[in-house]
Design a binder for this molecule. Structure first.
Ligand SMILES: [Zn+2]
Ligand SMILES: [Zn+2]
Length: 257
């Protein structure tokens, strides 16, 4: 089993910290562990987020508290150290990058020489709206419009060729909002873009743990991905060692293999 998406962010960049994730992975039968950081941890990426600032006190406070406080070179140094160390399972190191269509050039410039094992792209913002923070932030918003833009951005992400994979596809559903229209045409379009551009897609347990949403992709999206032969990787989106590998067997079972 693989856990393709685990955040290091709450500890120091040391082999001891990495080992805590590895130990949990081993105890839960994970053979391949993909560790990463949010790109917004690093000051180099902060200009990408100019467009989301100044819209709400909540987001401005979150941004000031969370963003730009880690050292990218220190992270890359840890990756080098970890590569020179023997581990009981396969380890890979990457970056989760927020996708903003207007910043494709910046993303390319900032990521192409990092030497990481993988880059996974995420839609965390729909035209500046951080939809996955709190359910109450959806109050008064046009759910149909948010869904349309979310999927359009996800297709653009896949077509950008900036990333190896797409994180938590269709996590726009995390708080249970549903559009008035059928999502099937968007599922087909997204699956096609992911397949044509050679990305993998995550079967993620992250929002299920956070909000009680169903595990992984909607069944119809999963079917659309599988019909096109998309590589699907189970992923916990853990942000702490104790969450590594959680519900991965269930996510794997949904893949039917
Ligand atoms: Zn994410
Ligand atoms: Zn993540």
């Amino acid at each position: 089993m693989i856990d393709a998406h685990v955040h290091l962010e709450r500890g120091p960049y040391t082999l001891e910290w990495v080992d805590r994730f590895v130990q949990t992975a081993v105890s839960r039968g994970i053979q391949e562990l993909c560790l990463l950081e949010h790109c917004y941890m690093f000051p180099e990426f902060l200009p990408m987020y100019d467009g989301i600032l100044g819209q709400s006190a909540y987001m401005d406070q979150w941004f000031a508290r969370t963003n730009g406080h880690r050292d990218l070179q220190e992270y890359l140094g840890l990756v080098e150290q970890a590569r020179g160390t023997q581990w009981p399972i396969q380890l890979r190191f990457g970056l989760e990058v927020c996708y903003f269509p207007e910043h494709e050039g910046m993303i390319r410039r900032l990521t192409e020489k990092l030497g990481l094992d993988f880059l996974v792209g995420s839609v965390h913002y729909v035209d500046g709206f951080a939809f996955d923070h709190r359910a109450e932030h959806w109050a008064g918003r046009d759910v149909d419009a948010l869904y349309r833009r979310y999927f359009a951005l996800s297709v653009q992400l896949a077509q950008s060729r900036l990333f190896d994979g797409i994180a938590h596809p269709d996590c726009i559903k995390l708080f249970g909002h549903a559009p008035s229209f059928s999502r099937s045409p968007w599922y087909e379009a997204l699956a096609q873009a992911v397949a044509e551009n050679g990305l993998y897609a995550e079967q993620s347990t992250g929002i299920a743990r956070r909000t009680g949403a169903p595990i992984g992709m909607a069944p119809d999206l999963l079917t659309a991905m599988q019909r096109r032969g998309v590589r699907l990787l189970t992923a916990s989106d853990a942000h702490a060692p104790e969450d590594v590998g959680l519900w991965i067997p269930q996510a794997q079972a949904l893949l039917g293999s």
